[in-house]
Design a protein around this ligand. Structure first.
Ligand code: FAD
Ligand code: SF4
Ligand code: SF4
Length: 478
């Protein structure tokens, strides 16, 4: 092993510096600075090159982390990029937005008493360097195949499948109802976590690779699923989950109470230079307002931090459990706290107050009880504990469910689970409809970009096997 490795005994763990808080609050730029070359190499050298690397085991893509850490420590960045991009369509995006504390870094088994190796920021550094130096090239196939695949949804699952299939020589057509490629990476996740240029430059590469995008095309409306099945040898459904969960309480119909994704999409579109009427009118803009965000997940964190940047007068996050039981990443909670967000733990809305427009949220304190069958502590309201928070804009960030896809697609033969997600065969990823595969959030429920990439990668393999087997059968029957 190179002497350069195993440096964890000598070197402290470090993450890239965060920008100054006042600057962060006033713009939408990413909050982390890039590692300098020396720092990236030093941090990579802390890895002890485990024989069984638990970091890789717990990365949904099973990335060859020790290999690219070693190459980075040795300054062999082009090779590091080759290794990291072999398993990941978007290493620079995962390096930015994976919850590493729960995945690779959280499972790094460096000696007890030493902090885990910095993995995500090094992955980002390798790939950003690759972009700067022109090593990132369009996924070009060695030979063209006469088969075509239709992909519904240009989010990370659809794009990962598109990249893999194109590399194998397929004619790939991606359909999306939006006007831009990227799914939630473009219209959901805010700039301060993922600058949009990072997504847009990938889109250009995919186009240069010959992947054909059919944007502003909602499948089930302009084009049916049946038509796509006629047109292509296989179809991959990667439509994500978008039905916002609602709050059932008094006053929930008042103006000024908005779903999280409408709010975030308006902000992302504004940052992309689009004209958004509801943003310009103030309906989806927090400027000067007292904002209350209801929810404790990553979407809620994105909303509170967006509101800070839009110049809200105050931003409060209302969550019914405590900080330790939040579903969101603690790293994001910390960022939000640093940026001035106020958290009201163990409280839930009881009513929205106001005549036509919301002016306040009446909340009630909650008590954490015993865990239920799932192991999660249950919450119950504390009688007589109601209090009011003044509010001009209330944002509901309670999670997402799938739309009714069989109805939307006019395909009752598409079975769904009791949660409404699409049912697929666990190994082949195929639905009940022959040649129709599915993956990403529409199968898993709201999840992560890295899992969507994994599904896209696996689906491409299964689609390849299916199409080639079918072609062989046809040949044998001739
Ligand atoms: P999506 O990204 O949702 O893409 C689906 C695409 O399908 C969309 O472009 C949509 O327009 C298109 N589509 C839907 N229906 C149709 C139709 N009928 N016809 C044509 N096109 C259609 N994950 C992380 O890992 N880290 C984070 O920090 C993070 N932050 C998040 C913040 C927010 C606010 C949200 C909402 C999610 C976040 N996630 C994060 C989760 C992550 O974005 C998703 O898990 C991931 O994008 C799912 O990928 P997907 O390809 O399955 O679906
Ligand atoms: Fe870690 Fe995500 Fe990269 Fe895997 S893809 S190594 S989980 S940052
Ligand atoms: Fe290196 Fe940690 Fe992975 Fe072991 S678990 S190979 S020390 S990053």
């Amino acid at each position: 092993m190179a002497e350069r490795m195993l440096q964890f005994v000598r070197l402290q763990q470090a993450q890239p510096e965060k920008r100054d808080i006042a600057a962060r609050r006033s713009d939408f730029g990413e909050i982390y600075r890039e590692f300098a070359a020396e720092a990236a190499s030093q941090q990579a050298s802390r890895c002890s090159q485990c024989g069984v690397p638990f970091c890789s085991v717990h990365c949904p893509l099973n990335n060859n982390i020790p290999d690219w850490l070693k190459l980075t420590a040795e300054g062999r960045l082009e090779e590091a990029y080759e290794v990291s991009s072999a398993t990941n369509t978007f290493p620079e995006i995962c390096g930015r937005i994976c919850p590493q504390d729960r995945l690779c870094e959280g499972n790094c088994v460096i000696e007890k008493g030493f902090e885990s190796v910095t993995i995500g920021a090094v992955e980002k550094y390798i790939t950003d360097t690759a972009w700067d130096r022109g090593w990132v090239t369009p996924p070009k196939p060695r030979a063209e195949l006469p088969y075509s695949v239709g992909i519904i949804g240009a989010g990370p699952a659809g794009l990962a499948a598109a990249e893999r299939l194109r590399l194998r020589g397929y004619q790939v057509h991606v359909y999306d109802r939006y006007d831009r490629v990227g799914g939630l990476m473009i219209y959901g996740i805010p700039n301060f976590k993922l600058e949009k240029e990072v997504v847009l430059r990938r889109w250009q590469q995919f186009e240069a690779a010959g992947i054909q995008f059919h944007l502003n095309t909602a499948i089930g409306q302009e084009v049916t699923l049946a038509a796509l099945r006629e047109r292509h040898d296989a179809v991959f459904i990667a439509t994500g989950v978008y039905k916002a969960r609602d709050i059932e309480c008094v006053g929930s119909g008042l103006a000024g109470i908005v779903p999280a994704l409408d709010y975030l999409t308006a902000s992302n579109r504004d940052n992309l230079g689009d004209t958004v009427a509801a943003f310009a009118s103030g309906a989806l803009n927090a400027k000067g307002k007292r904002v209350v965000v209801v929810g404790g997940g990553d979407t809620a964190m994105d909303c509170v931090r967006t509101a800070v940047r839009q110049g809200a007068a105050s931003v409060t996050c209302l969550y019914r459990r405590d900080k330790a039981n939040m579903p969101g990443s603690l790293r994001e909670v910390k960022n939000a706290e640093e940026e001035g967000v106020e958290f009201t733990w163990l409280a839930a809305p009881e009513a929205f107050l106001g005549d036509d427009t919301v002016t306040g949220v009446r909340a009630v304190r909650m008590h954490l009880g015993l865990p239920d069958a799932t192991g999660r502590q249950q919450v119950a309201p504390i009688a007589g504990s109601a209090f009011t928070i003044p509010c001009d804009l209330a944002i509901k960030a309670l999670g997402f469910d799938p739309e009714d896809l069989p109805t939307a697609f006019g395909e009752p033969g598409l079975p769904v689970t009791r949660w409404g997600t699409l049912k697929v065969h666990h190994r082949t990823m195929m639905t009940e409809l022959p040649g129709v595969f599915a993956g990403g959030d529409i199968v898993r429920g709201a999840s992560l970009v890295v899992w969507a990439i994994r599904d896209g990668r696996d689906a491409a393999e299964q689609i390849d096997a299916y199409v080639k087997a079918k072609a062989q059968q046809a040949l044998a029957a001739e």
